[in-house]
Design a protein around this ligand. Sequence first.
Ligand SMILES: C[C@@](CO)(OP(=O)(O)O)[C@H](O)COP(=O)(O)OP(=O)(O)OC[C@H]1O[C@@H](n2ccc(N)nc2=O)[C@H](O)[C@@H]1O
Ligand SMILES: Nc1ncnc2c1ncn2[C@@H]1O[C@H](COP(=O)(O)OP(=O)(O)O)[C@@H](O)[C@H]1O
Length: 291
Amino acid sequence: MSRLTTRAPAKINLTLHVLGRRPEDGYHVLESLVAFAEVADGLTLDPGPDLTLSVAGPTAGPAGPLDDNLVLRAARHLAAGSPGLRLGAFHLHKELPVAAGIGGGSSDAAAALRLLAELNGLTLDHPAVVAAARATGADVPVCLDPRARMMRGAGEAVGPALGFEALPAVLVNPGVPVSTAPVFKALGLAVGQALDGAEHPAVAATLDAEGVLAAIRPARNDLEPPALTVAPIIGSALALLRAQGGCRLARMSGSGATVFALFSDRQAAEAAADAVRKAQPGWWVEATRLA
Ligand SMILES: C[C@@](CO)(OP(=O)(O)O)[C@H](O)COP(=O)(O)OP(=O)(O)OC[C@H]1O[C@@H](n2ccc(N)nc2=O)[C@H](O)[C@@H]1O
Ligand SMILES: Nc1ncnc2c1ncn2[C@@H]1O[C@H](COP(=O)(O)OP(=O)(O)O)[C@@H](O)[C@H]1O
């Protein structure tokens, strides 16, 4: 079989409610509406006898040592659970900012599992594929089939694809890496503790873009306040997006520091992205659509 190719899109948490911290493993129980952007890393697999990885692209360095790369970790988990699995040489083109709340590494891991599943004739809901995704990271299951859906539990429970109308958006990362664990820690929840914030709104599959916006507006990202204490520059990024004409909603994704803003149309999003780039030439800024 010749080279297999896929894209690993940025994951955006349109909402992220923390319900508490579970006793089994101290992980936080979440309820999050997740969508995916057009901007992505690229992953290829050349089938062969050995599992290898090469990485290039603007954020290859910050992604860390090859041997720890989530692409290899996911592949090793799948190989361990699937004797005789066909493997090969992965090449990752790394575009997405790292430690950014957009799950770049998780999306790369999920992309690796997609390519190995394709090579080996496995479906994405095959128990070995699902187990490998869960073992690799909390965000990997939702990235396996990257379409907007609800994510629950610590990330292991993913709902059906919602298929809603794509939302014109701008993504902004202010250039400060933010690790996930310290942000959860800064929430200050004790193991076993529950939170009783307002319930997550229902998001129906049939909603148009206005409907999605209306549904998520009263929701929140509970990691935003603790992330702001870890990286106050997130506040500046949010303020800059909120000052742009046509900005309907601006919020942080995941544990930050990437923030997103929603617009009514692509033109308004492009204009806002241009203005943010002018104001902050060192920041990562992308006009995109989320679905
Ligand atoms: C916060 C979220 C929201 O989508 O995204 P990012 O900000 O990472 O993109 C995810 O829950 C992150 O998922 P992921 O980055 O895969 O997490 P993991 O590697 O499994 O865990 C990193 C650390 O985060 C904490 N963690 C993660 C998930 C969760 N539900 N509860 C937690 O407490 C744990 O301290 C864990 O050691
Ligand atoms: N393919 C990868 N891309 C990005 N980071 C990776 C990758 N593999 C391993 N990592 C490690 O995982 C950490 C979290 O990366 P990332 O997925 O970008 O975070 P986030 O989910 O917050 O956007 C990084 O600090 C990096 O050391």
